[in-house]
Design a protein around this ligand. Structure first.
Ligand code: HEC
Length: 200
């Protein structure tokens, strides 16, 4: 086994089956990197654990939920609980119905994606028949829309994007205008849950 000249000084005095070890030092840059990570870890611990300046994952989550509630004007429970407090009256003029349809068919609130382009029902129930699960007064409808059914996949306002009371009036007026329209591919009524009720 050939040992280079300057390796003599580095050679450790043990040998196993002809395998020898040199006492090579870590490169300086590597050591500094190592010390740096220790120092960094210490600062991290101080920042997040001991001083409480940095937010933990949980605190960040709560902060973001609070911001979303403020931004969209939602109640913490997941909807605008005041929907029942408004005295909703249905409109029948063309401009209101057109605006309602625009909201229903829009990418902002996504109603059509679950209730079908003609209200015939897809994931969500048919909105054109005389059977309703959650009531069919204008205020019931506003409540269904504003609070949503998150456990069934419907966010408040369909997508979480809040609409004004005027837009809500137009939206429920548009749904009212679909009553009895008998669209193609209508989703069968879930008679175990829905009860007959005429929206007008
Ligand atoms: C992600 C799918 C989804 C979207 C988007 C959605 N819905 Fe729904 N919606 C549902 C489901 C599912 C139900 C049924 C809840 C249940 O079974 O209790 C429902 C229920 C309803 C009800 C109550 C129906 C009844 O029989 O009482 C109304 C009204 C309604 N949605 C209107 C809307 C409107 C208006 C929009 C748009 C602003 C919308 N939905 C967006 C899935 C959706």
């Amino acid at each position: 086994m050939k040992i280079l000249d300057d390796e003599k000084d580095l050679l450790l005095d043990h040998e196993y089956d002809g395998i020898m070890e040199l006492d090579n030092h870590m490169p300086k840059w590597w050591l500094w990197l190592f010390y740096f990570t220790i120092a960094w870890g210490f600062l991290y611990l101080l920042y997040y654990q001991f001083t409480g300046v940095g937010l933990t994952q949980e605190e960040q989550y709560e902060q973001q939920v609070a911001m979303a509630i403020e931004q969209y004007g939602l109640e913490p429970e997941g909807g605008n609980a005041s929907a029942t407090a408004v005295d909703w009256t249905l409109e029948t003029d063309a401009a209101s119905l057109e605006n309602g349809k625009t909201i229903y068919m829009g990418m902002g609130n996504l109603c059509f994606t679950c209730h079908g382009g003609a209200g015939e029902g897809l994931v969500g129930p048919n909105l054109t028949d005389a059977y309703w699960i959650h009531g069919c007064s204008p205020s019931d409808l506003a409540q269904s829309i504003a609070v949503g059914f998150p456990e069934k996949g419907m966010m408040p306002y369909g997508s979480g994007a809040r609409i004004s009371d005027e837009d809500m009036t137009d939206l429920i007026s548009y749904i009212a205008s679909l009553q009895g329209s008998e669209p193609a591919n209508a989703k069968p009524t879930d008679l175990a849950r829905a009860v007959e009720c005429t929206l007008q």
